[in-house]
Design a protein around this ligand. Structure first.
Ligand SMILES: *Cc1c(COP(=O)(O)O)cnc(C)c1O
Length: 361
């Protein structure tokens, strides 16, 4: 068996220990005589899997008791609509920060439901930075403030949490949830598609403060109503059971690695290895993002000579380093180094980059 180092932005690498555990339990979960995929979501076996996953996530993130945790479908992209549908609560507008491609999509969707006030916009600088905290002027009448703390495509990560006073802060944490400790109480609502740092695609985790529940826009589909989902413990309809189970295995794995503090230490070391290799290449490799807001999770880089791109990708693949092609809107390469990417994987990439430069520089 030859496992590669997979630098895909998502769906992305999962911890090998989790995959092995899932394999061991595939045909017979815990003496039930069936796989988790084949179980009723209302049976006591799956109920215990679901409850344990939630308990472990609450423990990992120190989620306060007045927050609900939902395990939904529809991806982060459905949240772009669910957020305004549920959180406008009689108000006409919301504040959004535009710091990249995912922010833009969230803004475009929100515009279908409300007046969007773009409080900061880094598009003029080609999304290579984040706004200064001191520049942000929020509308105290806004229903909420929305931002994307890690822009997966450009590799830009906020080094701070915006201060929004009494206005609920809503955050698309799809590509950096669980990557470091955070204070959940600063947020009204956190959402994340699972396929980057939580588990397989098909699951979306939503963590929201209870007092924000209950007043939806007229015509909101039942499935899009957070209150309905919360009252039914994410089982209003059949939930994505297998993805939920695997997410639970990932939560347990993170606990075994020292929780979010352990993840942060690992992620800081991994990203430093890679950025040091880029910055120390004398311009052969280049990352355009301002240093104070470089992402720990997604590291885009270009070659000074783009004619070498194809050879880089081909030789990297031959060396077992895959899915390094950059997003089509940016070009070059991108290495996504989520929680589950081991340090030796990043070291292998850095070694390859040195070697490639020696041969082509
Ligand atoms: C991947 C990603 C999305 C889209 O997620 P889906 O689950 O495919 O809808 C949204 N926001 C961010 C920040 C992402 O990285």
């Amino acid at each position: 068996m030859a496992r590669v180092y997979n630098f895909s932005a998502g769906p992305a690498v999962l911890p090998e220990a989790v995959l092995e555990r899932a394999r061991e339990e595939m045909l017979d979960w815990n003496g039930s005589g069936m796989s988790v995929m084949e179980m009723s979501h209302r049976g006591k076996e799956f109920m215990s899997i679901a409850a344990e996953a939630e308990r472990d996530l609450r423990e990992l993130m120190a989620i306060p008791a007045n927050y609900k945790v939902l395990f939904l479908q529809g991806g982060a992209s459905s949240q772009f609509a669910m957020v305004p549908m549920n959180l406008l609560r009689g108000k006409s507008g919301a504040d959004y920060l535009n710091t990249g491609d995912w922010s833009k999509k969230a803004i475009a969707e929100a515009k279908r439901y409300c007046k969007v006030n773009v409080v900061a916009d880094t598009s003029a600088g080609n999304f290579t930075s984040v706004p200064q905290a001191s520049e942000l002027r929020f509308d105290p009448q806004a229903a909420y403030v929305h931002y994307t703390p890690n822009e997966t495509i450009r590799g830009v990560e906020f080094p701070y949490v915006p201060e929004t006073g009494d206005v609920p802060l809503v955050v698309d944490m799809s590509s950096n949830i669980l990557s470091r400790p955070l204070d959940v109480s600063k947020f009204g609502l956190i959402y994340a598609g699972a396929q980057k740092n939580i588990g397989p695609a098909g699951l979306t985790v939503v963590i929201l403060r209870e007092d924000l529940l209950g007043e939806t826009l007229p015509g909101t589909p039942t499935m899009f109503d957070y209150r309905v989902q919360a009252e039914n413990e994410s089982m209003y309809n059949t939930p994505p059971t297998y993805a939920w189970y695997l997410a639970g295995l990932v939560f347990r794995w993170i606990k075994e690695q020292g929780g979010l503090a352990g993840m942060a230490a690992l992620n800081e070391r991994k990203s430093k290895l890679l950025y040091d290799a880029i910055d120390g290449s004398g311009g052969f490799y280049r990352n355009p993002v301002e240093k104070h807001c470089r992402s720990w999770m997604n590291v885009p880089f270009t070659l000074a000579n783009p004619e070498l791109d194809e050879g880089f990708l081909k030789q990297a693949k031959a060396a077992g380093l895959t899915t390094l092609k950059g997003h089509r809107s940016v070009g070059g390469m991108r290495a996504s180094i989520y929680n589950a990417m081991p340090e030796v994987g990043v070291q292998a990439l850095v070694d390859f980059m040195h070697d490639f430069m020696r041969r082509n520089g």
